[in-house]
Structures are given as structure tokens and as C-alpha cells.
Design a protein. Structure first.
Length: 63
């Protein structure tokens, strides 16, 4: 994927998952990931949108 917003969203979700696993500030990292997902979703193709929905599902399990 060459879409930088998609990459940023994926990285933000991974950071939120790491923060949750390490007992860090999950609320802030989840909020950042939500913003990144929202921005990416509006600027991605259909295939990337499917992958972003899966990332959103992963994020929802952290809340």
C-alpha cells in the first residue's frame, strides 16, 4: 500500500494495541488511532477501506 494515510492509520492502531498491552495511556492512543482511521478511510480505495474496517474492529476490542 502506497497510501501514507493508510500506513499512518495502521501504525496508530498498532501503537494503541502496544499501549494497551503494556498498560500505557490507552485512551490517548485509541483516540489518535480513531482520527487516523477516519482520515485514511476518506482517502482510500475500496480494498484499503476493507482493511481499515478490520483495524477499526481491532481498535474496538481495546475500548
Amino acid at each position: 500500500m502506497s497510501n501514507p494515510l493508510f500506513r499512518q492509520a495502521r501504525q496508530a492502531v498498532n501503537s494503541a494495541k502496544q499501549a494497551a498491552a503494556q498498560g500505557g495511556n490507552t485512551e490517548a492512543s485509541v483516540s489518535k488511532a480513531k482520527n487516523a482511521l477516519s482520515s485514511a478511510y476518506a482517502n482510500c480505495n475500496v480494498e484499503e477501506q476493507h482493511q481499515l474496517r478490520a483495524l477499526q474492529d481491532e481498535l474496538n476490542t481495546l475500548q
